[in-house]
Write a new protein. Structure first.
Length: 269
């Protein structure tokens, strides 16, 4: 905020019976006053741009954060995330308005790009990835760095080992199969926890069923759609066609809103 400084000149009046002495002459060596020149302000720092192939040692909390603040580590060291794609955010609308880097539109752009490129990075189909513990996570610059000119977004691959824990990744993840999805108990029971099939488990994810519609259907409607697919998968997974069981896991409302438009068929391991 500009501040206005009012300078008031005051005149001194001398009153005395005797005459005032002569005022001293101006010092010719004194330079006139001048306004100081402010120091140049350093431009905002947009920060470094990430690179494909970088590795990061992230916790699960850091992996689900939108803004990535961790420095990369050498891929020969233990790490839980690896960058497989770096893109550029398109934040300008047709009308010329610039969206915020943390807007829903920016999140959708990153989600689509990172999800699509993960299947290419691993050489797997989307349906195959649904049955694994591999996930795509994405990061953007902070709003302050975006205002300074940073316009990148970063796609990392992670794998969930168990609730709250990420799996250590191999040095190279391109073409990596990744861990399959299993569980400690049947879905919907108190002991249900997703784990990799390399850990102790009792059930495994066997198939997924697409659920159409813009809104999450009622639970009975989802179950009716999933039932024939899950029954066939369970029958194929057992040696006794007359004695088999399965469990169905429909998406929760939060999962549906996050983009999971499918249910999972589970069979005993």
């Amino acid at each position: 905020m500009r501040r206005l400084l009012a300078v008031v000149a005051a005149a001194a009046v001398l009153s005395a019976c005797t005459s005032a002495p002569d005022a001293p002459a101006d010092d010719p060596t004194t330079s006139p006053s001048s306004t100081p020149v402010p120091a140049a302000t350093a431009p905002p720092d947009p920060g470094p741009t990430p690179e494909v192939g970088e590795c990061h040692d992230l916790s699960l909390r850091q992996a689900v954060a939108v803004v990535g603040r961790t420095a990369p580590v050498a891929c020969r060291r233990p790490h839980t995330a690896q960058t497989y794609f770096v893109g550029r955010l398109d934040l300008t609308t047709k009308s010329g308005f610039t969206r915020r880097v943390d807007s829903q539109a920016a999140q959708r752009q990153m989600s689509r790009a990172c999800t699509t490129r993960l299947t290419k990075h691993l050489g797997r189909t989307p349906r195959e990835l649904r049955l694994s513990m591999v996930r795509a996570v994405w990061f953007s610059p902070s709003p302050a760095r975006a205002e300074a000119g940073a316009d990148w977004f970063r796609c990392d691959i992670v794998a969930v080992a168990s609730p709250g824990t990420l799996l250590r990744l191999p040095r190279r993840t391109k073409g990596w199969g990744g861990p399959a999805m299993c569980a400690t108990a049947a879905p919907g029971t108190p002991g249900f926890r997703r784990v990799t099939c390399g850990a102790k488990h009792a059930w495994r994810a066997a198939a997924t069923v697409d659920i159409p519609g813009r809104r999450l259907p009622a639970r009975d409607a989802v179950a009716a759609r999933m039932d024939p697919v899950c029954r066939d998968v369970a029958a194929d997974a057992t040696d006794d066609p007359l004695d088999f069981t399965w469990s169905q896991e429909s998406p929760t409302r939060d999962q549906w809103e996050a983009g999971q438009r499918y249910g999972i068929c589970w069979v005993p391991a």
